[in-house]
Design a protein around this ligand. Structure first.
Ligand SMILES: Cc1cc2nc3c(=O)[nH]c(=O)nc-3n(C[C@H](O)[C@H](O)[C@H](O)COP(=O)(O)OP(=O)(O)OC[C@H]3O[C@@H](n4cnc5c(N)ncnc54)[C@H](O)[C@@H]3O)c2cc1C
Length: 432
């Protein structure tokens, strides 16, 4: 029987796994590097913490994690969104649902989620040791034996590594778990920033080709502009890599916001290799011919109107000057004088406003790390390593990354819960 379990990392995966193992009778010590638990958790959802999503169907839920989503089926079967919501209700945390099935604490205060998890730790008698960074794992003949921290060694029968990814290192998630995994003979798949803002090149690609160079000034003009209900597609030459629909905003360096972040996860590998093209469809609800007709109708009915006024009916104010530059059409020109070529240029730009994408912001600024401990070496029914007995991995340290919408936290909670429970089950099995 396992007598002692060490959990490394006091994030959502670590706290829930420690709570669950201890609740089932193990003697659990949680070692956290920082002077507080849940520092990254406190930043989530812009400080509101989007802790899960109400999507009811596991097979639809796992689509939000790309090709590795299948690995989560067992964890979700054991502990899914409704179980998490129930657990938080037993911990007196009130929750609310917002658009897209996103679940938040009713207070909009992520620290209350941390507090609820701390309550779970207290109720289950977990010993929490803050400012205890683990340096190394102790293992012998493919069996775990303990950990070495900067405050001494801890011997134990099982270790759960829940050290998170490598983004936002100021929260303590510096990628230590990848080192522990390698040190114990595991593979770590390449790490990429995911759900990360995207960099746009200065100058922006001129569109159309004769539009001249449109440079840094232009992006500064756009900075802060939020576009809603647009589609954002990424191309490598003529190959469409991914497309997302929704909203995003321009920054001083490029683009950010939910649609840009989602797109970043889908092009993470290609963007490391080469510059890509981003096409913004500013009018996804209208086909090219519908847009032509709309403009022709304006020309017919209000020929004296100038181009600038027409643009005001089609675009947000902050975008008009930039759009004019891209079009190379004078804003004071009467729309009745707009030529067929110019009209085509306007429609093309509305349907495909193109920018050059040079890369992503660094991993340190990513919402999540893509890549991690190779899933083929982890038993998906228990989260135990197939290489080192008694060693478990949970949360973002695994090669799992999901969409925005509460999917990453649900994965951390579900894998953490399953790991915690499996440690206890193994105790029982070994006892029998
Ligand atoms: C700005 C931001 C916003 C986000 N918003 C959302 C959101 O709204 N919804 C969502 O689903 N996801 C969100 N995420 C992602 C989510 O926060 C992570 O996926 C999740 O926190 C991963 O949980 P984890 O427990 O695996 O790791 P972490 O939360 O990273 O926790 C790991 C813990 O381990 C500790 N640790 C690391 N190394 C050691 C060591 N050697 N010894 C001891 N302790 C160690 C760290 O200090 C840390 O406390 C967001 C992420 C960021 C950065």
């Amino acid at each position: 029987m396992y007598k002692k379990v060490i959990v490394i990392g006091g994030g959502p995966a670590g706290m829930i796994s420690a709570g669950r193992t201890a609740e089932l009778g193990a003697d659990v010590i949680l070692l956290e590097k920082m002077n507080k638990l849940g520092l990254k958790l406190s930043l989530t959802g812009k400080g509101k913490c989007n802790l899960t999503n109400t999507e009811p169907d596991i097979s639809t839920f796992i689509e939000h994690y790309g090709k590795n989503g299948k690995f989560l089926i067992n964890a979700f079967k054991r502990f899914f969104n409704k179980d998490l919501i129930k657990l938080f209700s037993t911990l007196d945390l009130k929750l609310k649902e917002e658009s897209g099935g996103r679940i938040y604490p009713s207070s909009d205060n992520s620290w209350l989620v941390v507090d609820a998890l701390k309550k779970y730790l207290r109720k289950s008698n977990v010993q929490v040791k803050l400012e205890h960074p683990v340096k190394e794992l102790l293992h012998y003949k493919n069996k775990i034996g303990g950990v070495i921290s900067n405050k001494g060694n801890f011997l134990c029968d099982a270790v759960i590594v829940a050290t998170g990814g490598a983004s936002y290192p100021q929260t303590g998630s510096e990628g230590d778990g990848y080192r522990f995994a390698r040190q114990t003979g595991h593979k770590v798949t390449p790490l990429y920033p995911a759900l990360v803002p995207l960099n746009i090149k200065f100058p922006i690609i001129p569109v159309p080709a004769d539009a001249g160079i449109i440079g840094e000034q232009t992006i500064k003009e756009l900075s802060g502009l939020k576009l809603k209900n647009v589609s954002l597609a990424a191309y490598n030459n003529d190959e469409k890599l991914a497309e997302e629909f929704g909203e995003f905003y321009f920054t001083d360096f490029g683009i950010d916001g939910s649609t840009a972040l989602k797109l970043s996860s889908k092009i993470k590998e290609e963007i490391m290799e080469t510059e890509l093209r981003i096409c913004i469809d500013l009018k996804p609800g209208l086909t090219t011919s519908q847009l032509h007709n709309r403009i022709l109708k304006e020309i017919e009915n209000n020929g004296k109107m100038n181009f600038n006024t027409l643009l005001k009916s089609l675009l947000p104010k902050q975008m008009i000057i930039t759009f004019q530059k891209f079009c190379k059409i004078d804003g004071s020109k009467r729309i009745a004088e707009i030529t067929k070529n110019e009209r085509e240029r306007i429609v093309n730009l509305l349907k495909s406003f193109q920018l050059t994408l040079t890369g992503t912001r660094p991993l340190s600024e990513a919402i999540i790390t893509s890549g991690g401990v190779d899933l083929s070496q982890i038993n998906q029914k228990t989260m135990e390593s197939k290489i080192v007995s008694g060693l478990y991995f949970a949360g973002e340290v695994l090669d799992i990354d999901g969409n925005t919408g509460g999917y990453n936290l649900q994965a951390a909670f579900s894998t953490g819960y399953l790991a915690g429970e499996s440690v206890s089950k193994k105790e029982t099995n070994e006892k029998n």
